[in-house]
Ligand binder design. Structure first.
Ligand code: ADP
Ligand code: MG
Length: 364
């Protein structure tokens, strides 16, 4: 029986308004028993979602999590409750201490729930608070402790029942650099045979801490050389929502439509792009996945530019115009509008970006 943590093909889908996002999409990793794995990713890359699955708090849409001889995703009822209590310890990003209880009582809480005698619970809590260098603070309320100290109480509490899996969500998010140092030392000290530590973070200062680093978002691909010619047959898909973004496109010939697949299985056409119009700038510019899908309406020819090629060929102003013109934040109309007006020619041509009329809405 392996005490490694093995995650395979884990997928979580959320329905947001009327489309689907997959913050965790066929994720897999193996963390060897006794080691500390760092899952690194920017905000919104699914770190908390992933931890919630590991903790048995969130049921994934698909995939498997195996640890300590068990399939975590298959646990139900009393078994699941026991796993949450004893199989896993969590250090939440916001610590989640009980404000009316002092440090020691906070650590004693899970011990008392697990039917330790008052005396035994106290002894164990003191031992744990000593492990996180807080012996002299055990009588303090959370409000009387610094962020770093509160976090160490949360770590001690997570360790109370000595779980074989310990999870920490953004452990450096609320700390100054002095406190960060202490936290790093303590996390490192906690690795030992029979325990797997998983730390999720966007903070790459934590990298040296890890035995293993898993990047949740792949690095931006190297920018390709020279503009790329793309030919699409009618109905052929160029990219799909959620795909990694690489190029900004200009239509040379034909027409594409920008669409989203709705939860009910339908298609929402968000916009169309014809000759000399651009699309797809937000993803490559800001390192975001594609926010919608694009397919050809007819035989279509496109030129794809990396961000720097686009900037060079069409100018910073044009790029800025594209970004400004996209309607942001309502979750539906992002990334899709472009601006009117002529721009510098590419290959000697004049290029008109986007729709000539300055309408307020993304035409469908
Ligand atoms: P991270 O912790 O890396 O910042 P999260 O796991 O919190 O990322 O979120 C990943 C994505 O899933 C985000 O786009 C977020 O908006 C979305 N998301 C998270 N929780 C929910 C939920 N309960 N319902 C819908 N979408 C959610
Ligand atoms: Mg998070």
């Amino acid at each position: 029986m392996s005490a490694d943590l093995v995650v395979e093909n884990l997928t979580v889908e959320y329905t947001s308004a009327d489309y689907v996002v997959k913050p965790v999409d066929h994720f897999g990793c193996r963390v060897v028993d006794g080691s500390l794995a760092l899952l690194l990713g920017p905000s919104g890359s699914g770190k908390t979602t992933l931890l919630s699955c590991l903790a048995g708090i969130l049921q994934p849409t698909a995939g498997s999590i195996r640890h300590d001889g068990r399939e975590i995703t298959a646990l139900e009822g009393a078994e699941l409750a026991a796993y949450r209590r004893r199989g896993v310890g969590i250090v939440f990003q916001a610590f989640n201490l009980v404000p009316s209880l002092d440090a020691r009582d906070n650590v004693m809480l899970p011990l008392r729930v697990a039917k330790f005698s008052l005396r035994e619970a106290r002894r164990r809590a003191d031992e744990l608070l000593n492990e996180v260098d807080l012996t002299d603070r055990r009588g303090h309320l959370p409000s009387e402790l610094s962020g770093g100290q509160q976090q160490r109480v949360a770590i001690a509490r997570a360790l109370a029942l000595d779980p074989p899996l310990l999870l920490a969500d953004e452990p450096t998010a609320h700390l100054d650099y002095v406190q960060v140092e202490t936290t790093l030392r303590i996390l490192r000290r906690l690795t030992r045979p029979g325990r797997v530590l998983v730390v999720v973070t966007h903070d790459d200062r934590l990298l040296p801490l890890a035995d293993q680093v898993v990047e949740l978002v792949p690095h931006r691909p190297l920018e390709p050389d020279g503009p790329v010619d793309v030919r699409l047959k009618p109905a052929e898909v160029l990219f799909r929502q959620g795909d990694a973004s690489d190029l900004i496109y200009i239509v040379d010939e034909g027409e594409v439509e920008i669409f989203r697949e709705t939860v009910s299985g339908g298609l929402e056409i968000l916009d169309r792009r014809g000759p000399d119009q651009c699309f797809g700038e937000m993803g490559p510019l800001f390192g975001l996945p594609r926010s919608a899908s694009v397919r050809a309406r007819s035989s279509t020819r496109l030129t794809g530019y990396s961000v720097s090629e686009f900037r060079e060929a069409l100018g910073l102003e044009r790029l800025d115009g594209l970004v400004r013109a996209g309607a942001v934040a309502d979750g539906r109309r992002i990334n899709l509008r472009s601006v009117g007006g002529a721009a510098r020619g590419v290959n000697g041509r004049d290029v008109v970006s986007g729709r000539p009329e300055a309408d307020e809405h993304t035409g469908a």
